[in-house]
Ligand binder design. Sequence first.
Ligand code: ATP
Ligand code: NI
Length: 336
Amino acid sequence: MDNATLIYDNVFYTRKIALTTLLDVKDLVVEFRMPEGRLRAPDGVSFHVKPREILGVVGESGSGKSVTALAIMGLIPHPPGKIVSGTLLFQGQDLQAQIQKIRGKEISMVFQNPLNSLNPSLKIGLQLTEVLVEHLHTSQTEADERTIDLMKKLGIPEPQALMRCYPFEYSGGMRQRIMIAMAMLCNPTFMIADEPTTALDVTIQAQILHLFQQLREEFRTSILYITHDLSVVSQIADRVLVMYAGKIVEHAQTERIFANPLHPYTQGLIRSIPGATSEGAKRLSSIPGNVPGLIHPPPGCRFHPRCAEVMDVCRHEIPPDFQVEGTSVACWLYKE
Ligand SMILES: Nc1ncnc2c1ncn2[C@@H]1O[C@H](COP(=O)(O)OP(=O)(O)OP(=O)(O)O)[C@@H](O)[C@H]1O
Ligand code: NI
C-alpha cells in the first residue's frame, strides 16, 4: 500500500468513526473507596452513542446510571471515586484528556433538580449568558440576543422578561426548560439528561420530553437520557441500555426491548409499568427483593438472588453478553 492510500484510508477511517459513533465507552469501571470497603459501579460497562441518537439508560436506584454520566462528564468526586479502568472516546479522541475543554461546550448535562442547579440570587439572564461569555467569549449583548433567540426556539414564552427574573419566580417545569436552554446554549453535539423530568408532573414531563425530541431534530444533538422510568424511555429513546447493580444486562432497539425483552430483569421492569399488563398497577413491584449492596455483590450474575429463572451456573459465573437477534443480553438463559 502506498502512502497516499494509507493517508486516504486513515482519513476515511476517522470520518467513518465520526459518522457512526459519537461517544464510545469501553469496559468502564468506577470505584468508590469507602471506610466500609470498595464498591464498583459502573463495573465494566461498554456502549456507544451515535450522532443524533437518543440512548435511554434505565435501571433501579443504585445501578450506576448517574455515576456513568458523571464519568463521561469528568465529574466523579475524587476521593472517594475514581475511574479505575476503561476507555472513553468522544469523536474518536480520548475524552478524559479533553473533557475540561469541551465540557459545557460540546458536551453538556441537565440534572434532575433545576432549583439546585440555578443560583437563587442571580437573575436568570445573567446565569444563562455567563456560559456563553465564559466559554465562547462573546459580548454581553451578543450573548443576550443568542439566549433570547434560543429560548424562543424552545417555546419559552416572553424570554426578554424572563431574563430579568429570579429562578423562584418560575415553576419547576419552566425552570427545567431554562436549564435545558442553558445546556443547549453552546450548541453541544452531545447532551446527558439525568432524570430531567422526575420532579415534574405528567403534563410538564410530556412537554419536556417533546423538547428533547426537538433538540435532536433541530439541533442534531445526541442525547443520553437517564431515567428509572421505562415508560419515558419508550416515548423518547431509539435504543435502550438496561443497567442492574453496575452492569448492563440488556441492550437493544427500543421497540425490541418492549416487544421482546429477554433478560428476566428487563421483563420484570416492563411488567412493573402501570398498565403494561392487564393486572397493571397491581404488579407495580413485581420484582421481589432489592438491588444488592455493591461492596459485596452476589457472585455470578448479580441478579440471580432475585431471578425466578435462576440456574446453577448463574450463582457462580458472570454471564457474558449473548447476541440474540439484535439484542445483547447478559444472561445464561441465552447460551446456545
Ligand atoms: N459520591 C459517592 N460516594 C460513594 N458512593 C457513591 C457515590 N456516588 C455514587 N455512589 C454509589 O455508586 C452506586 C451507583 O450510584 P448511582 O448514583 O450511579 O446510581 P443510579 O443508577 O443513578 O441511581 P438513582 O436512580 O438512585 O439515581 C451506588 O451504590 C452509590 O451508592
Ligand atoms: Ni442517578
